[in-house]
Design a protein around this ligand. Structure first.
Ligand code: CA
Length: 228
């Protein structure tokens, strides 16, 4: 997953980004003003936008209005200051999905951020299942049947992205764009490495395979019995 944080208070932006990277395993881009925020939001596909209201150049409310007017559906979590409470109703009506008031607890912020990412993909439960595979997105653990499977962090992130939309074919460039921040092009060869690691750990001992390559199109997570 990839998140855009639009926040001009540098330290807060960095704390929020670190929490999203370390505790949720998300890739994070930071914009320090509203114009840059809108530009980035429109030029990349994000899974979540975290939006401050008081911003230089273009305020958060205007950014949100312009962004939604153009039809972008990415969930938006607004950061409000205490004296902006009366704006909350207006923001929700303008297309914000949720908000947290500063100063906020990072644990609560993360829970709301993850819930919005899930809802943006049509998932409600924090435990994603495909056949007998289960991903617990809170604990970031993976099980097949009763067996716990240990993954390296990037393998987990690839699998989590696929598991949010099981049965959908997801291209390598979509994976790259959602798993890395600004410089994603340079990682283009590593996805295959993680996919083959995932296959080895998840599928190699089972007759029903879950991870498939659709040649020329990408990858898909769905149960398929091995052809004999
Ligand atoms: Ca601000």
């Amino acid at each position: 997953m990839r998140v855009l944080v639009v926040e001009d208070e540098k330290r807060l932006a960095e704390n929020v980004a670190r929490a999203l990277r370390e505790s949720a395993g998300y890739a994070v881009d930071i914009a320090g003003d509203g114009e840059e925020g809108l530009y980035l939001a429109e030029s990349s596909n994000y899974d979540l936008m975290v939006l401050d209201l008081m911003l230089p150049k273009l305020d958060g409310q205007s950014l949100l209005t312009q962004y939604r007017k153009k039809g972008h559906a990415t969930p938006v979590l607004v950061l409000t200051a205490r004296d902006e409470k009366e704006n909350v109703v207006r923001l929700l009506n303008e297309g914000a999905d949720d908000y947290v008031s500063k100063p906020f607890d990072l644990g609560e912020f993360l829970a709301r951020a993850k819930a919005l990412v899930r809802r943006g993909k049509g998932q409600r439960s924090p435990v994603l299942s495909v056949a007998d595979l289960q991903l617990n997105t809170i604990e970031r653990t993976v099980k097949r049947g009763q067996k716990e499977i240990a993954l390296v962090p990037m393998e987990y992130r690839v699998l989590e992205y696929l598991a949010h939309r099981p049965r959908a074919v997801i291209s390598k460039s979509e994976l790259l764009e959602h798993l890395y921040d600004y410089n994603w092009e340079k990682f283009s060869n590593v996805i295959e490495v993680y996919i083959s690691g995932l296959r080895r750990k998840i599928d190699s001992n089972y007759a029903v395979k879950l991870i498939h390559t659709v040649r020329g199109h990408g990858y898909v997570l769905r149960p398929e019995r091995e052809r004999t």
